[in-house]
Design a protein around this ligand. Sequence first.
Ligand SMILES: *Cc1c(COP(=O)(O)O)cnc(C)c1O
Length: 364
Amino acid sequence: MKVRYSYLGEQFSDCDDLWDDLKKFVASGDFTLGSKLQEFESNFADLIGVKYAIGVGSGTDALKISLKAAGVTAGDEVITSSNTFVATVGAINELGAIPVFVDVKKDSCIDTDLIEYKISEKTRAIIPVHFTGNVCDMDSIMAISKRYNLKVVEDACQAILGKWNGLNAGSIGDLGAFSLHPLKNINIWSDGGLITTNDETYAYQARLLRNHGLVDRDTVLKLGFNSRLDTFQAVVGNWLLPKAEDIAEMRKSNARYLDDGLGGTQQIQLPQRNELSSGVFHIYWVLAENRNALYEYCLERGIEVKIHYPTPIYRQDACKMFSFGEEFPIADYLASNSISFPCDQHLRKEQLDYIIKVVREFYS
Ligand SMILES: *Cc1c(COP(=O)(O)O)cnc(C)c1O
Protein backbone atom coordinates (compact mmCIF):
# COMPACT_ATOMS: atom_id res chain seq x y z
CA MET A 1 0.00 0.00 0.00
CA LYS A 2 1.13 3.54 -0.63
CA VAL A 3 0.70 6.31 1.97
CA ARG A 4 1.84 9.56 0.39
CA TYR A 5 2.67 12.68 2.39
CA SER A 6 1.33 15.36 0.05
CA TYR A 7 -2.40 15.30 -0.70
CA LEU A 8 -2.62 18.43 -2.89
CA GLY A 9 -3.78 16.58 -5.99
CA GLU A 10 -6.69 15.14 -4.02
CA GLN A 11 -7.55 18.41 -2.34
CA PHE A 12 -8.21 20.25 -5.60
CA SER A 13 -9.36 17.34 -7.75
CA ASP A 14 -13.00 18.38 -7.53
CA CYS A 15 -13.20 22.16 -7.74
CA ASP A 16 -15.24 23.16 -10.80
CA ASP A 17 -17.06 25.73 -8.68
CA LEU A 18 -13.72 27.31 -7.78
CA TRP A 19 -12.85 27.61 -11.47
CA ASP A 20 -16.19 29.37 -11.98
CA ASP A 21 -15.28 31.83 -9.21
CA LEU A 22 -11.86 32.38 -10.78
CA LYS A 23 -13.32 33.04 -14.24
CA LYS A 24 -15.61 35.69 -12.78
CA PHE A 25 -12.71 37.17 -10.87
CA VAL A 26 -10.47 37.36 -13.96
CA ALA A 27 -13.24 39.09 -15.88
CA SER A 28 -13.52 41.67 -13.10
CA GLY A 29 -9.90 42.80 -13.48
CA ASP A 30 -9.79 43.60 -9.76
CA PHE A 31 -6.29 42.11 -9.42
CA THR A 32 -4.48 44.20 -6.81
CA LEU A 33 -5.83 44.30 -3.25
CA GLY A 34 -9.53 44.70 -4.17
CA SER A 35 -12.81 43.26 -2.98
CA LYS A 36 -12.00 39.53 -3.10
CA LEU A 37 -9.00 40.08 -0.86
CA GLN A 38 -11.06 42.12 1.59
CA GLU A 39 -13.65 39.37 1.65
CA PHE A 40 -10.97 36.78 2.40
CA GLU A 41 -9.38 38.90 5.12
CA SER A 42 -12.72 39.42 6.77
CA ASN A 43 -13.56 35.68 6.60
CA PHE A 44 -10.16 34.82 8.03
CA ALA A 45 -10.47 37.31 10.89
CA ASP A 46 -13.85 35.75 11.76
CA LEU A 47 -12.40 32.25 11.63
CA ILE A 48 -9.57 33.10 14.05
CA GLY A 49 -11.69 35.36 16.25
CA VAL A 50 -9.75 38.61 15.78
CA LYS A 51 -10.75 42.08 14.63
CA TYR A 52 -8.27 42.36 11.75
CA ALA A 53 -6.58 40.08 9.23
CA ILE A 54 -4.17 41.44 6.62
CA GLY A 55 -3.16 39.35 3.61
CA VAL A 56 0.54 39.38 2.72
CA GLY A 57 2.92 37.63 0.32
CA SER A 58 3.94 34.71 2.57
CA GLY A 59 4.09 33.46 6.14
CA THR A 60 7.66 34.71 6.31
CA ASP A 61 6.48 38.19 5.34
CA ALA A 62 3.65 37.93 7.88
CA LEU A 63 6.31 37.48 10.58
CA LYS A 64 8.57 40.18 9.22
CA ILE A 65 5.82 42.78 8.77
CA SER A 66 4.31 41.93 12.18
CA LEU A 67 7.65 42.49 13.87
CA LYS A 68 8.15 45.77 12.06
CA ALA A 69 4.59 46.91 12.81
CA ALA A 70 5.29 46.14 16.48
CA GLY A 71 8.33 48.42 16.35
CA VAL A 72 11.20 45.92 16.03
CA THR A 73 14.17 47.47 14.24
CA ALA A 74 17.78 46.63 13.41
CA GLY A 75 19.83 45.56 16.41
CA ASP A 76 16.84 44.55 18.54
CA GLU A 77 16.79 41.04 19.96
CA VAL A 78 13.88 38.70 19.31
CA ILE A 79 13.50 35.54 21.38
CA THR A 80 12.35 32.39 19.61
CA SER A 81 12.57 28.57 19.56
CA SER A 82 15.76 26.61 18.98
CA ASN A 83 13.61 24.30 16.88
CA THR A 84 11.56 25.86 14.10
CA PHE A 85 11.34 26.20 10.34
CA VAL A 86 14.06 28.50 8.98
CA ALA A 87 11.51 31.20 8.07
CA THR A 88 11.07 32.32 11.69
CA VAL A 89 14.75 33.11 11.97
CA GLY A 90 14.92 34.46 8.42
CA ALA A 91 12.14 36.98 9.11
CA ILE A 92 13.93 38.32 12.20
CA ASN A 93 17.18 38.56 10.26
CA GLU A 94 15.56 40.40 7.34
CA LEU A 95 14.89 43.33 9.67
CA GLY A 96 18.46 43.34 10.89
CA ALA A 97 17.20 42.14 14.28
CA ILE A 98 18.95 39.35 16.17
CA PRO A 99 17.35 35.97 16.87
CA VAL A 100 17.97 34.66 20.40
CA PHE A 101 17.27 30.95 20.81
CA VAL A 102 15.54 29.28 23.72
CA ASP A 103 15.22 25.51 23.98
CA VAL A 104 11.89 23.74 23.51
CA LYS A 105 10.12 21.22 25.70
CA LYS A 106 9.35 17.68 24.61
CA ASP A 107 6.13 18.92 23.02
CA SER A 108 8.26 20.98 20.57
CA CYS A 109 6.99 24.30 22.03
CA ILE A 110 9.28 26.92 23.56
CA ASP A 111 10.21 26.17 27.20
CA THR A 112 8.68 29.16 28.94
CA ASP A 113 10.77 28.53 32.09
CA LEU A 114 13.89 29.38 30.09
CA ILE A 115 12.77 32.59 28.40
CA GLU A 116 13.63 35.06 31.17
CA TYR A 117 17.31 34.03 31.20
CA LYS A 118 17.56 35.31 27.63
CA ILE A 119 15.96 38.71 28.13
CA SER A 120 18.42 41.60 27.83
CA GLU A 121 18.28 45.38 27.44
CA LYS A 122 17.93 44.84 23.71
CA THR A 123 15.08 42.34 23.78
CA ARG A 124 12.04 43.74 22.03
CA ALA A 125 9.84 40.76 21.15
CA ILE A 126 9.13 37.07 21.56
CA ILE A 127 8.05 34.79 18.72
CA PRO A 128 6.50 31.66 20.18
CA VAL A 129 6.34 29.08 17.39
CA HIS A 130 3.33 26.78 17.51
CA PHE A 131 5.52 24.16 15.91
CA THR A 132 3.91 21.12 14.26
CA GLY A 133 0.52 22.61 15.26
CA ASN A 134 1.10 22.27 19.02
CA VAL A 135 0.14 25.53 20.68
CA CYS A 136 2.66 27.07 23.12
CA ASP A 137 1.84 27.98 26.71
CA MET A 138 0.49 31.44 25.90
CA ASP A 139 -0.46 32.26 29.51
CA SER A 140 3.19 32.13 30.58
CA ILE A 141 4.40 33.92 27.46
CA MET A 142 1.92 36.80 27.83
CA ALA A 143 2.78 37.12 31.53
CA ILE A 144 6.51 37.38 30.73
CA SER A 145 5.86 39.87 27.94
CA LYS A 146 3.88 42.11 30.29
CA ARG A 147 6.56 41.95 33.00
CA TYR A 148 9.31 42.98 30.57
CA ASN A 149 7.24 45.09 28.20
CA LEU A 150 7.91 42.89 25.16
CA LYS A 151 5.79 42.40 22.06
CA VAL A 152 4.53 38.93 21.18
CA VAL A 153 4.23 37.81 17.55
CA GLU A 154 2.82 34.29 17.37
CA ASP A 155 4.25 32.12 14.61
CA ALA A 156 0.98 30.34 13.88
CA CYS A 157 2.05 29.25 10.38
CA GLN A 158 1.57 25.58 11.31
CA ALA A 159 -1.34 26.08 13.68
CA ILE A 160 -4.48 27.34 11.92
CA LEU A 161 -7.30 26.59 14.41
CA GLY A 162 -4.95 25.25 17.07
CA LYS A 163 -6.07 26.54 20.45
CA TRP A 164 -4.67 27.59 23.80
CA ASN A 165 -7.28 27.42 26.54
CA GLY A 166 -10.07 27.82 23.99
CA LEU A 167 -8.52 30.77 22.14
CA ASN A 168 -7.20 30.39 18.61
CA ALA A 169 -3.49 30.49 17.93
CA GLY A 170 -2.78 33.89 16.41
CA SER A 171 -5.42 35.67 18.49
CA ILE A 172 -3.57 35.89 21.81
CA GLY A 173 -0.29 37.73 21.18
CA ASP A 174 -0.02 41.30 19.86
CA LEU A 175 0.02 39.89 16.35
CA GLY A 176 -0.19 36.45 14.72
CA ALA A 177 1.45 35.22 11.51
CA PHE A 178 -0.11 32.56 9.26
CA SER A 179 1.12 30.88 6.10
CA LEU A 180 -1.01 29.72 3.17
CA HIS A 181 1.87 27.86 1.52
CA PRO A 182 0.65 24.77 -0.38
CA LEU A 183 1.99 22.49 2.37
CA LYS A 184 0.12 24.20 5.21
CA ASN A 185 -3.27 23.07 6.56
CA ILE A 186 -5.14 25.87 4.78
CA ASN A 187 -3.42 26.46 1.52
CA ILE A 188 -3.59 28.27 -1.76
CA TRP A 189 -1.92 27.65 -5.13
CA SER A 190 1.09 29.78 -4.44
CA ASP A 191 2.79 31.61 -1.58
CA GLY A 192 0.68 33.70 0.74
CA GLY A 193 0.16 34.59 4.35
CA LEU A 194 -1.90 36.58 6.81
CA ILE A 195 -1.32 38.77 9.82
CA THR A 196 -3.93 38.75 12.58
CA THR A 197 -4.37 41.29 15.36
CA ASN A 198 -6.96 42.93 17.59
CA ASP A 199 -5.02 46.19 17.67
CA GLU A 200 -6.10 48.89 15.26
CA THR A 201 -2.69 50.58 15.15
CA TYR A 202 -0.85 47.35 14.32
CA ALA A 203 -3.44 46.55 11.67
CA TYR A 204 -2.99 49.98 10.11
CA GLN A 205 0.81 49.66 10.17
CA ALA A 206 0.70 46.17 8.67
CA ARG A 207 -1.59 47.37 5.83
CA LEU A 208 0.74 50.23 5.09
CA LEU A 209 3.91 48.13 5.24
CA ARG A 210 2.64 45.41 2.89
CA ASN A 211 1.96 47.99 0.18
CA HIS A 212 5.13 50.12 0.07
CA GLY A 213 3.89 52.37 2.87
CA LEU A 214 1.42 53.96 0.47
CA VAL A 215 -1.54 55.70 2.10
CA ASP A 216 -2.96 56.41 -1.34
CA ARG A 217 -1.40 56.28 -4.78
CA ASP A 218 0.49 59.53 -4.31
CA THR A 219 1.43 59.51 -0.62
CA VAL A 220 4.14 57.41 1.03
CA LEU A 221 4.04 57.52 4.81
CA LYS A 222 6.95 55.20 5.53
CA LEU A 223 8.98 52.80 3.44
CA GLY A 224 7.57 49.29 3.46
CA PHE A 225 7.52 46.21 1.24
CA ASN A 226 5.82 44.85 -1.83
CA SER A 227 4.00 42.02 -0.10
CA ARG A 228 0.32 41.94 -0.93
CA LEU A 229 -1.56 38.68 -0.89
CA ASP A 230 -2.36 37.91 -4.53
CA THR A 231 -6.08 38.61 -5.02
CA PHE A 232 -6.35 35.61 -7.36
CA GLN A 233 -5.14 33.46 -4.46
CA ALA A 234 -7.64 35.11 -2.12
CA VAL A 235 -10.35 33.63 -4.36
CA VAL A 236 -8.80 30.20 -3.79
CA GLY A 237 -8.65 30.97 -0.06
CA ASN A 238 -12.33 31.94 0.01
CA TRP A 239 -13.18 28.59 -1.56
CA LEU A 240 -11.19 26.61 1.01
CA LEU A 241 -11.91 28.56 4.19
CA PRO A 242 -15.41 27.14 4.80
CA LYS A 243 -13.73 23.71 5.02
CA ALA A 244 -11.18 24.85 7.62
CA GLU A 245 -12.96 23.57 10.74
CA ASP A 246 -13.59 20.17 9.14
CA ILE A 247 -9.96 19.90 8.06
CA ALA A 248 -8.78 20.64 11.61
CA GLU A 249 -11.25 18.13 13.10
CA MET A 250 -10.27 15.39 10.66
CA ARG A 251 -6.59 15.86 11.42
CA LYS A 252 -7.30 15.68 15.13
CA SER A 253 -9.36 12.56 14.74
CA ASN A 254 -6.67 10.91 12.58
CA ALA A 255 -4.11 11.86 15.23
CA ARG A 256 -6.21 10.24 17.96
CA TYR A 257 -6.50 7.12 15.83
CA LEU A 258 -2.74 6.98 15.32
CA ASP A 259 -2.15 7.72 19.03
CA ASP A 260 -4.34 4.75 19.94
CA GLY A 261 -2.69 2.49 17.40
CA LEU A 262 0.93 3.47 18.06
CA GLY A 263 0.77 4.43 21.72
CA GLY A 264 0.68 0.83 22.91
CA THR A 265 4.03 0.06 21.30
CA GLN A 266 6.67 0.24 23.98
CA GLN A 267 9.33 1.75 21.71
CA ILE A 268 7.06 4.64 20.67
CA GLN A 269 6.59 7.63 22.94
CA LEU A 270 3.75 10.04 22.19
CA PRO A 271 4.68 13.73 22.65
CA GLN A 272 3.72 15.41 25.92
CA ARG A 273 0.37 17.13 25.43
CA ASN A 274 -0.53 20.05 27.65
CA GLU A 275 -4.23 19.83 28.48
CA LEU A 276 -4.81 23.54 27.79
CA SER A 277 -3.24 23.20 24.35
CA SER A 278 -5.33 21.79 21.54
CA GLY A 279 -3.07 21.09 18.57
CA VAL A 280 -4.09 20.73 14.94
CA PHE A 281 -1.46 18.22 13.88
CA HIS A 282 -0.01 20.07 10.95
CA ILE A 283 2.68 17.50 11.55
CA TYR A 284 1.85 14.26 13.38
CA TRP A 285 5.03 13.05 15.05
CA VAL A 286 6.11 10.64 17.74
CA LEU A 287 9.40 9.76 19.41
CA ALA A 288 10.68 6.42 18.21
CA GLU A 289 13.44 4.11 19.39
CA ASN A 290 15.83 3.26 16.59
CA ARG A 291 14.30 6.09 14.60
CA ASN A 292 16.55 5.99 11.54
CA ALA A 293 15.91 2.31 10.93
CA LEU A 294 12.16 2.79 11.38
CA TYR A 295 12.32 5.67 8.90
CA GLU A 296 13.95 3.48 6.22
CA TYR A 297 11.63 0.59 7.00
CA CYS A 298 8.53 2.75 6.46
CA LEU A 299 9.86 4.30 3.23
CA GLU A 300 10.62 0.84 1.83
CA ARG A 301 7.04 -0.15 2.54
CA GLY A 302 5.50 2.85 0.77
CA ILE A 303 4.83 5.10 3.78
CA GLU A 304 6.22 8.55 3.07
CA VAL A 305 7.53 9.44 6.53
CA LYS A 306 9.46 12.66 7.24
CA ILE A 307 11.67 14.14 9.92
CA HIS A 308 10.94 17.69 11.13
CA TYR A 309 13.83 18.37 11.21
CA PRO A 310 16.97 16.23 11.22
CA THR A 311 19.10 19.32 12.01
CA PRO A 312 17.58 21.83 14.45
CA ILE A 313 17.67 25.35 13.06
CA TYR A 314 20.14 26.61 15.65
CA ARG A 315 22.72 24.09 14.37
CA GLN A 316 22.41 25.09 10.71
CA ASP A 317 25.54 26.77 9.36
CA ALA A 318 23.50 29.86 8.46
CA CYS A 319 22.32 30.28 12.08
CA LYS A 320 25.29 29.17 14.14
CA MET A 321 26.43 32.76 14.64
CA PHE A 322 23.29 33.36 16.71
CA SER A 323 23.77 30.46 19.13
CA PHE A 324 27.34 31.22 20.23
CA GLY A 325 28.19 27.56 20.72
CA GLU A 326 25.30 27.04 23.12
CA GLU A 327 23.56 23.68 22.83
CA PHE A 328 19.85 23.04 23.16
CA PRO A 329 19.48 19.46 24.35
CA ILE A 330 15.74 19.01 23.83
CA ALA A 331 15.85 20.39 20.29
CA ASP A 332 18.70 17.94 19.64
CA TYR A 333 16.76 15.10 21.23
CA LEU A 334 13.71 15.76 19.04
CA ALA A 335 15.89 15.99 15.94
CA SER A 336 17.38 12.54 16.59
CA ASN A 337 14.26 10.75 17.82
CA SER A 338 11.16 12.17 16.19
CA ILE A 339 9.47 10.80 13.09
CA SER A 340 6.44 12.28 11.27
CA PHE A 341 3.62 10.34 9.63
CA PRO A 342 0.93 11.50 7.21
CA CYS A 343 -2.17 12.61 9.16
CA ASP A 344 -4.14 14.74 6.69
CA GLN A 345 -7.86 14.91 5.99
CA HIS A 346 -7.62 12.85 2.79
CA LEU A 347 -6.17 9.69 4.35
CA ARG A 348 -8.31 6.59 4.30
CA LYS A 349 -8.74 4.39 7.35
CA GLU A 350 -6.87 1.55 5.59
CA GLN A 351 -3.89 3.84 5.22
CA LEU A 352 -3.90 4.73 8.91
CA ASP A 353 -4.22 1.04 9.78
CA TYR A 354 -1.34 0.27 7.45
CA ILE A 355 0.90 2.85 9.19
CA ILE A 356 0.10 1.25 12.56
CA LYS A 357 0.66 -2.25 11.23
CA VAL A 358 4.05 -1.43 9.66
CA VAL A 359 5.32 0.30 12.81
CA ARG A 360 4.25 -2.62 15.03
CA GLU A 361 5.80 -5.07 12.59
CA PHE A 362 9.11 -3.17 12.73
CA TYR A 363 9.40 -3.51 16.50
CA SER A 364 8.17 -7.11 16.73
C1 LIG B 1 5.87 27.65 6.77
C2 LIG B 1 6.36 28.34 7.96
C3 LIG B 1 6.73 29.69 7.94
C4 LIG B 1 6.80 30.51 6.71
O1 LIG B 1 5.77 30.44 5.85
P1 LIG B 1 5.95 30.71 4.28
O2 LIG B 1 4.57 30.97 3.85
O3 LIG B 1 6.54 29.47 3.69
O4 LIG B 1 6.83 31.89 4.10
C5 LIG B 1 7.13 30.27 9.13
N1 LIG B 1 7.19 29.58 10.27
C6 LIG B 1 6.86 28.28 10.33
C7 LIG B 1 6.94 27.56 11.64
C8 LIG B 1 6.44 27.62 9.17
O5 LIG B 1 6.15 26.33 9.23
